[in-house]
Design a protein around this ligand. Structure first.
Ligand SMILES: *Cc1c(COP(=O)(O)O)cnc(C)c1O
Length: 216
């Protein structure tokens, strides 16, 4: 199966409420172009260096999503063009994104990454930290950032009931926050191995790589 066939087949199964971000990390620009030519515009990368190398080689209307952990000293490289940062995991990072957004006269949309997996090493806020953060007057503190939702990664396991529980917990939390934060539009959860479950549990944005491009 070609990249285009994989993409179109996947897209034909998605509800219209779900946005597909095609995760192109480690795959060459030619592969991205093939997906682009099939109509795909949202692409995700997890390393800043890789994203900044690929971005100038592709059309201007590609929407670049930063999905991997972002170090504060790298924000300046993606601030001029990044479409959505999924992996905001500290107030320090919010402050830096706001600063760099001001420099390039943009408002940058971000998601708060929430820690839902049982693994220790994953980045992210826990529920109470995120709730506290959103109580602050973020609009006046960080005028060039818009927090439009949440991102989460489930535990890497074959136990689908566990994955489902983690996604549904994140969805409940998202709904609770959305009631007080009307700018919330996006719940980013689900990858190649678990996006079916994520969509059933209320995801609005999935990040899928290997299912489209093949194994890394
Ligand atoms: C790599 C990656 C994905 C996509 O993973 P696949 O299994 O290739 O679909 C999604 N989200 C994040 C944060 C990633 O790093």
């Amino acid at each position: 199966m070609s990249i285009q066939q994989n993409l179109l087949e996947l897209k034909s199964t998605l509800p219209s409420s779900v946005t597909l971000v095609v995760v192109s990390k480690t795959f060459p620009v030619e592969d991205i172009r093939e997906a682009y030519n099939a109509g795909q515009r949202d692409f995700g990368e997890n390393r800043v260096q890789e994203m900044t190398e690929k971005q100038p080689l592709l059309p201007e209307d590609v929407r670049w999503h930063q999905i991997g952990h972002l170090q504060t000293n790298k924000v300046k490289y993606i601030a001029p063009f990044v479409y959505l940062i999924h992996s905001v995991d500290s107030e320090k990072l919010i402050k830096e994104i706001n600063k760099q957004a001001i420099k390039v006269q943009r408002t940058i949309s971000v998601l708060l990454q929430i820690h839902i997996a049982e693994e220790e090493q994953k980045f992210g806020f826990d529920f109470s930290e995120a709730e506290e953060l959103l109580k602050e007057d973020l609009v006046s503190q960080f005028p060039n950032i818009r927090i439009i939702g949440l991102m989460g990664m489930a535990t890497f396991t074959d136990d689908s009931s566990r994955v489902r529980k983690e996604f549904s917990g994140l969805h409940d939390f998202y709904q609770k926050l959305k009631a007080k934060n009307p700018q919330f539009t996006t719940l980013s959860m689900g990858m190649s191995g678990d996006y079916h479950l994520a969509i059933q549990e209320g995801s609005t944005m999935i990040r899928v790589g290997s299912k489209i491009f093949g194994r890394r």
